[in-house]
Ligand binder design. Structure first.
Ligand code: URA
Length: 238
């Protein structure tokens, strides 16, 4: 595809069109290794090698990031008071139109996907797709065996909302692995509250068949391939 250089740079980075033009004028942009002086030359987005500040910009229509969300940041694109998951992204991964596909509570940790692909997020969050999410919940006390059956039957929340059948299995002590395919507000915490437990810590470790990358420390994020991102649509049970 042919595209104006400034438009291309702006689409592949967090820079506005004006900032991209300035970068070109400031001699920070090369096309096929040559310094570019003109903001309005047309480049071939697949064939030409464009670099900004010496770093290659590879043409991508959409990006998919996996974050190991730390506690204390909110799953939003902006917030007047709180730090958001976008605020903690390293500058080289910033890009226009990025948003978290789904939400984790401020104190919940673990896998969060960030993308600029609205269709992907819509498919992932659609109740019709029944995408399973796996969490590790640490409870205030050891649960009894009945929790597995209660989850299987469908927990009734304190406000009367009936949850779809899920799975819960005791890992050790107070830690329980939970799989649910819905995304109601504070769902896991409310399910346990309905059974008389308090969730002290909650971590999301899998979405569909996509596992949280164990090499990501809390707060770290990395780009995924589209194939990897699509693992959320394949199923794997507890
Ligand atoms: N369930 C919750 O209660 N909180 C989350 O962040 C995710 C699922």
């Amino acid at each position: 595809m042919k595209e104006r250089l400034d438009k291309f740079i702006s689409s592949q980075t967090a820079l506005s069109r004006k900032e991209a033009q300035k970068a070109i004028r400031d001699k920070r942009v090369t096309v096929n290794g040559e310094l570019s002086r003109s903001v309005d030359i047309k480049i071939d987005t697949e064939a030409d090698a464009v670099a900004l500040n010496g770093k290659a910009l590879t043409y991508q229509t959409h990006v998919y990031y996996m974050m190991n969300k730390p506690s204390g940041v909110v799953s939003a694109t902006e917030d007047r008071v709180e730090r958001t998951v976008l605020d903690i992204l390293p500058p080289e991964l910033r890009r226009k139109g990025l948003f978290p596909a789904g939400r984790l509570d401020k104190d919940t940790t673990g896998m969060l996907i960030l993308t600029d692909d609205g269709d992907y997020a819509h498919r992932m969050l659609s109740p019709k797709k029944h995408v399973k999410k796996r969490y590790i919940a640490t409870l205030d006390r050891s649960p009894d065996d009945s929790i597995s059956v209660r989850f299987e039957e469908g927990v009734v929340l304190r406000d009367g909302t009936v949850c779809k059948s899920g799975q819960a299995s005791l890992l050790d002590g107070t830690r329980v692995a939970v799989e649910i395919s819905e995304g109601k507000y504070h769902q896991v915490k409310r399910m346990f509250a309905a059974l008389g437990y308090h969730v002290e810590a909650l971590e999301r470790v899998r979405i569909g068949s996509l596992e949280l990358d164990g090499d990501l420390a809390p707060g770290e994020v990395r780009e995924m391939t589209k194939d990897e991102a699509d693992l959320v649509f394949s199923d794997k049970s507890v």
